[in-house]
Structure formats: C-alpha cells, structure tokens
Design a protein around this ligand. Sequence first.
Ligand SMILES: [Zn+2]
Length: 414
Amino acid sequence: MPASAAPGSAPPGFQTMWRELAAVGRDAGSGGYRRYAWTPADTDCRAWFREQAAARGLDYETDRNGNQWAWLGDPAAGDAVVTGSHLDSVPDGGAFDGPLGVVSAFAAVDELRARGAVPGRPLAVVNFGDEEGARFGLACVGSRLTAGRIGAEDARRLRDADGVTLARAMERAGHDPDAIGADPERLARVGAFVELHVEQGRALDLGGHPVGVASAIWPHGRWRFDFRGQANHAGTTRLEDRHDPMLTYAGTVLAAREQARLAGALATFGKVAVEPGGVNAIASLVRGWLDSRAADEQTLAAVVAGIERAAREGGTRDGVAVEVVRESFTPEVEFAPVLRDRLAALLGTDAPVPVLPTGAGHDAGILADAVPTAMLFVRNPTGVSHSPAEFAAEDDCAAGVTALADVLEGLACR
Ligand SMILES: [Zn+2]
C-alpha cells in the first residue's frame, strides 16, 4: 500500500485516493476487481480505509461485524450522520461499485472542512464488509449482521467455494468471529445514513443528469423452475415421442421476457443446469433460475405468476412436469421520505434533481428498516455494472462529492 500522506500534510484528494485504491485486487488478465471478503485484497482495502481515517485525524474503529468506521466528533453523542458504502467486489467487478461511495465520503469530509463548515452532529465514514456476497453467497453480510437480519450462528456457518466457513475466514484475517451479531446500540447512534453509489443503469444518462436521489429499491426475488422430462436418444427418438424439458424451458424464457415487457418489469433466466447434459441426449431435467424485479410487489407477483402459467401450459403440451420454488424474496424498500425529500431540496436549489428507483440491492436497503436512510446516484454513461465497463466521468465524480458535501452540510452543520 502506498503511504497516503505524511503527518501534518493535507489529506489525499479524490484522484489520489482513487489511484491508490485502483491498484488493489485488480486482476491483470480481466482488468476487473476480485476483492472478496476477508481475502488479502480485502485486507489491503481495509488498510487503505484506516490510512484515510488517520490522514484526516478521524477516530477509527472496527465494529463487532468487521465494518469500518471513521468518526469526526463523538459517536456517543448520538444522532450521527453517516455516509459510505463498501470496498469489496463481485468477481471481475468494476472500479466504481462501492469504492465510489467510500472515496467520495472522505472527499466530502475534506470539502466540508475546506468550506469551514462545522458539524453540530457526529459524522462518520463507513465501509460495510462483504456487501457483494461474492465469496459466501449472501449479499450485505456486514450490514445484515449489524441490523440483525441474519443470526450470528447462521453467518458463521456460511461457506465459500473451497468449504472455508465465514468464521474461519474472519479468524484468518484477524477478526474475532465470536464477536459478530446484531448491534442495535450502534444503529441507535445513527440519525441518518446516506450512501452514494454509481448508478447501475442509464436513467441519469438518458435524462442528462450527473447526480440523482434514490426513491426506492424495487422488490425482487429468485425462483427455481424444475422441468422434468424423459432422457432419450437424440438420434432415434421421433419428435412426437419426446418429453423434452429443454423445449418447455425455452418457451418459459420467452414468456418471461414478454411478461416483463408488458408489465414494465424485469425478468431474467441467467443460470441453467441440464441433466444429463449430453450433446446427443434429450435432457431429463432442466433447472432454470429466474430473477425478477418490479416497481411494486403486486406487479412482481403478477409477472412471476404469468411466467409460471406459461411454464405449466408448456409442460402440459410437452409432457413435462413443472415445479416452481421461490428461493428468496426481498420486499420493496422505500427510503425514508422525509430524508429523501430533504436531499432533493438540498440538491435541487438551481434545478430539480431526479428522484429515481433502482433494481439493485444495497447496504442502505438493509439498514432502511432500522435507520433513516437515503442514497445518491452518480451517472454511469455505460449503464453497465458488475463489470470492468462500469464507469463514471471525472466531472461527474466531482459533482457527486459536491452533492454529498451539500447533503452532509445540510444535515449535520445547520
Ligand atoms: Zn455496491
């Protein structure tokens, strides 16, 4: 890790922080990031966070769940304004998802100081651990534990692809797994949490806005569709004698697209498993996983019901048995209306700032039940996320920092 700043000198600016972090956990082959929870790359990101806290004279602490905090003012005073995001990544993720929120948070603290704004409430920058869930398969473990949305015992038992438990991985990285669990005292000190994040879509770009405020996170879920037919020889079985589950599956994929299009929702089959999986064999089982999201729960239920109906009709036609299992469901998260409106008012003094929903989950969504929570989005002209193509222009990043500083000043300094 490069040293951030000599004692007494000015803390590193946005671009310097960005460059330092850009080198950590980057795969030379793909150009993407592999910053998985409790790995050496994650440890390096965490060391960087700690250096940034020190360079600004902020009080650093790691909470019981491994989330990192950098405090300006006394946390015990309560009603804190907290900002930040996460530093871990999906496999071969982009540079912006997560780190933009953390780097912007430190830069916004610098901006407040440059303005001479003095917070009347404690202020903190936070890095939530294991947001992407890339290693242990569950997203937002750091914030989920803190909010009591997963039990300590269940979390400790999570395993990565090599069979290493979360408890063991934490231990290896120097964190006590026995300490993890719900942290209501900590959350009770937080008066507002604002997460800045790169937009994972093109709404801001299409509207010509550098920054927007989040209204809500769409409800979303995952469903497993099992199509059971009959394995047989691809070269000798007459078409009319087949019970081919691949055919029913294919029709269901097309139906998902159509249902989503008609409802203004999203439906995606992105993962499929085929048995026996022979080129010259009709499949006996096709298992497909549906991810679907919509603006409200009623629409989502209608979309999934429509897809299931199409699957069953196809199954009857093809002589294939269809079973549908809901594997997970996350209800709609509406961000605190008062805080959201306050942000829109603080940022909309010259021209109205767009207020838009998102289909992606965030720590802010996990915490929204426990503390007043809001999000800012920064324009991503590619609209691509979870890939090295994810992008935000330098000017837009600067606009994000200014907006975040305006929000922190408005919430904490007046
Ligand atoms: Zn993220």
